[in-house]
Design a binder for this molecule. Structure first.
Ligand code: ASP
Length: 579
């Protein structure tokens, strides 16, 4: 007999009690697994007569006095024993999610999720936060990710599901709810991934009269409390910080995995006298002794992978000639720069040996090292550079081959704040005239620059930094937020002059927010933590689907079989026809 708390052995006395009846006994012994019983009996020590004491049934058993069969189970679609040799597909498991839920790992994950939520609620409650629910029927604001639209019976009018409660939480600050939080459901109609599905949960927070440090402090205390109570590890009182520029130039990513080195080194300055294109950046990455454990096949595969990826902010696809994999040996250590001349990056000249020696020294290059070089349009934009992708693919190859071991993600977590993001990111980098360059907000349009950078908004907005901070854990972004613009004039300037929204659009989509800022709204800021992703890390799960009770696959919800067709008549009520 088992329930959520464990398994216990039942004993039938064939002389007394219900099992005295042979037919009942037969019925019981032939029951399908997972049938539901109600048992009364005497709990007793298991007799030591030959029964192995270490079996999972423990030291006690129940001697049955009364037994009722409450519900006979049909043969199951798959075994609840995770070690069973027949492995169902993910689709089958999701269709019968309640059967899978009886397995240990999902049980543990869902219970840990609840326990963690409880810890977070307790902490925030003790710090004076107010839990507020915001509407799930929101408004279509065409920006960012694709949204889910909800038709209404007033023809032509639609709600949209919120991608986050961003505007509501800011308006709560105007409403004097000075510390808000919520376990908020968010909806984004994006393609599925191991850490993405169309609806997800955020621990959403907003606070009035706070600085960036205040918000980061609350989040650090949340993580400390979770790690202390769930993992049993005391985290440092503050987490490391790194600027966006340092993260992008050293690791090629705005969510760097700092558990391994493989640092990127810009070498453009050393090539200045030789390089053909003045607006290019050349970056190098050295894998010490890399030629010993990375074959030509490994490096060609890496080269191929990168040249298949798209880098819209760095000129599109990578020209294969702009990514060099050079195996350094005694033979080529003073001549390898010829490769850069051969592919046309630098002028071929007499300085080969001199240049190699300068570069060798700067890169601390030794025979048997693997040197990877990339030439690309200058600047740091978006979430990663080309070399950043090289770095993470390379690390994965090294991990697969057993040459790189990462620390335990739970016992040795590398929390890192990324700060000083650019406030705006160009949408199209092929446009060169500043007047035509379209910009989008790096975080969202409500994010404020530091006061010192406000003047830049009027003459050089791409140079303005944001009071925007992301929390990264072991190379994954687990939270992000910002200090918001609370001045309606500045907010309107950003909408109209920088993001170039029409007056009509500003009034339609953001008029209510601008109003709220006008009628006495304190300075405020906040952050949202991706709760599913955080739980996947805490549970050591491969995918967020392993920590969500009823997750979706690309086909939608396989348990209820949705999305599904709706009758024509019902659609007509909404003024909708499928064509
Ligand atoms: N609403 C933001 C997001 O979902 C988080 C924030 O700025 O608080 O990314």
């Amino acid at each position: 007999l088992k329930d959520a708390s464990g398994t216990i052995q039942l004993v039938l006395d064939s002389i007394n009690g219900p099992a005295a009846s042979k037919s009942f006994r037969d019925k019981l012994l032939n029951l399908n697994p997972e049938s539901i019983l109600s048992v009364e009996g005497v709990v007793r020590q298991r007799p030591p007569d030959g029964i192995q004491r270490k079996d999972p049934n423990g030291d006690i058993e129940v001697m049955i006095t009364h037994l009722k069969i409450l519900n006979i189970a049909d043969p199951l679609p798959f075994s609840t024993n995770p070690n069973s040799s027949v492995k169902p597909t993910e689709e089958t498991m999701l269709k019968y999610r309640y059967v899978q839920m009886r397995q240990d790992s999902l049980q543990k994950n869902l219970r840990k999720r609840s326990e963690t939520a409880h810890i977070v609620r307790n902490l925030l409650h003790s710090e004076g936060f107010v839990e507020v629910e915001t509407p799930a029927l929101f408004k279509s604001t065409p920006e960012g990710a694709r949204e889910f639209i909800v038709p209404t019976r007033t023809h032509g009018l639609f709600y949209a599901l919120p991608q986050s409660p961003q505007q509501f939480k800011q308006v709560l600050m105007a409403g004097a709810i000075d510390k808000y939080y919520q376990f908020a459901k968010c909806f984004r109609d994006e393609s599925l991934g191991a850490d993405r599905q169309p609806e997800f949960t955020q621990i959403d927070m907003e606070m009035s009269f706070v600085s960036q440090d205040d918000v980061m402090g609350v989040v650090e205390r949340i993580m400390q409390r979770i790690w202390s109570q769930v993992v049993g590890i005391e985290l440092p009182s503050t987490f490391k910080r790194m600027t966006y520029f340092d993260a992008m130039s050293t690791y090629g990513s705005d969510k760097p995995d700092v558990r391994y080195d493989l640092k990127i080194k810009p070498i453009t300055d050393l090539l200045l006298d030789h390089i053909h294109e003045s607006n290019s950046t050349v970056e190098a990455l050295v894998v010490p002794e890399g030629t010993k454990f990375l074959s030509n096949q490994d490096t060609s595969r890496l080269h191929h992978t990168i040249t298949q990826e798209k880098f819209p902010l760095y000129g599109g696809m990578v020209n294969p000639r702009d990514l060099i994999m050079e195996r350094i040996s005694d033979r080529n250590k003073s001549t390898w720069t010829k490769t850069m001349a051969k592919v046309g990056w630098i002028k071929s000249g007499a300085e080969d040996a001199k240049l190699s020696s300068t570069l060798n020294e700067s890169l601390q290059l030794n025979p048997s090292d693997l040197l990877i070089l990339n030439k690309r349009p200058s600047g740091y934009y978006g979430g990663h550079t080309i070399m950043g992708r090289v770095r993470s693919h390379l690390a994965q190859t090294l991990i697969n081959k057993g040459h790189l071991k990462l620390g335990d993600p739970l016992q040795d977590p590398r929390f890192l704040w990324i700060v000083d993001f650019p406030l705006f990111t160009p949408i199209d980098r092929t446009v060169t005239s500043a007047a035509e360059q379209l910009l989008e907000s790096t975080h969202h349009p409500f994010t404020a620059p530091p006061n010192s950078d406000i003047p830049l908004l009027f003459n050089n907005p791409t140079a303005a930094r944001a009071q925007h901070y992301d929390l990264v854990l072991n190379g994954q972004e687990i939270g992000g937020g910002s200090i918001r613009v609370h001045d309606p004039v500045l907010q309107k300037y950003i909408f109209s002059r920088i993001l170039r929204m029409s007056e009509e659009r500003i009034q339609r989509d953001f008029g209510h927010l601008l109003d709220a800022l006008r009628f006495g709204c304190p300075p405020h800021g906040g952050l949202a933590i991706g709760y599913d992703r955080l739980m996947a890390i805490l549970c050591g799960a491969q995918s967020i689907r392993d920590v969500i009770a009823f997750p979706k696959l690309s086909g939608g919800d396989l348990f209820v079989n949705s999305p599904s067709m709706v009758d024509k008549e019902k659609l007509a009520e909404y003024g909708i026809a499928c064509v």
